[in-house]
Design a protein. Structure first.
Length: 247
């Protein structure tokens, strides 16, 4: 897939464990190129969320290098990793992590308060933040103007999922990471949501890393990677222990 563009993610000889001497991840190499839509599959507890923590700079590897957009983010200070993540990475969390007292639109525009580069992306295109939030929500099939002014707690799970996706996409981040975002949806709704997500990532030129245990989705993606196949730690023991929601 190297013809798609420059490497966005390059993991090399990375090891990470929550306790000394016990590795959750031991990955010789993982390479993802610009514009790819990559599905990473693995059962619960296999280290998927931990991997996303490394890619997002929430965690730093014990050994090895995690390069994102040609930056070895494992060498950054925690504060610099936070700034880098805000500017360059949009996250869709499994539990969505929306702010309950904010409206739908305010939840979507929230990252722009921390991400100067994503703000600049909008300004350079002459796009108003609220207008872009509404455009994204409309494209993700939230079209009722009254709905967009309500607190997100009044929305269904499927509607909250779309708000979380719009929040991740606003400002055209270089990388979009999705952590089991469709686990609460039925199969028809899951596929429709993923195709809408693809369309927005393609329009923005964003690379998509989508992590799930649901192998029925993998045929939709450019490429599928089984975490067990690249993670030597899981190959040497019957199970592994992941940590919940590190981001």
């Amino acid at each position: 897939m190297s013809s798609l563009g420059q490497p966005v993610i390059h993991i090399k000889d990375v090891q990470f464990g929550w306790q000394p001497g016990t590795a959750v991840l031991d990955i010789p190499e993982l390479l993802i190129h610009q514009g790819e839509k990559v599905f990473i599959r693995g059962p619960s507890g296999s280290g998927k969320t931990t991997l996303l923590g490394l890619l997002g700079g929430v965690l730093a590897p014990v050994v090895g290098a995690v390069s994102v957009l040609r930056n070895d983010i494992g060498c950054f200070s925690p504060a610099r990793r936070d700034h880098f993540r805000a500017d360059h990475i949009g996250f869709i969390f499994q539990m969505f992590n929306l702010i309950p007292y904010l409206s739908v639109v305010d939840n979507v525009t929230l990252p722009l308060g921390f991400a100067s580069m994503r703000r600049d992306n909008l300004q350079s295109r002459g796009v108003d933040a609220r207008q872009e939030a509404i455009r994204l929500l409309n494209h993700l099939e939230l079209t009722n103007p009254q709905l967009l002014l309500r607190p997100v707690t009044e929305l269904s799970i499927g509607q909250q999922q779309r708000v979380a996706a719009a929040r991740a996409l606003i400002g055209r981040p270089d990388l979009v990471i999705a952590d089991e975002p469709t686990s609460a949806l039925d199969s028809d709704t899951r596929e429709a949501f993923i195709r809408l997500l693809f369309a927005e990532c393609e329009a923005a030129g964003s690379t998509l890393v989508f992590v799930s245990h649901d192998s029925a989705l993998e045929a939709l993606f450019d490429r599928s990677v089984a975490l067990h196949d690249i993670n030597r730690a899981s190959q040497h023991r019957p199970g592994s222990v992941d940590q919940p929601e590190v981001m």
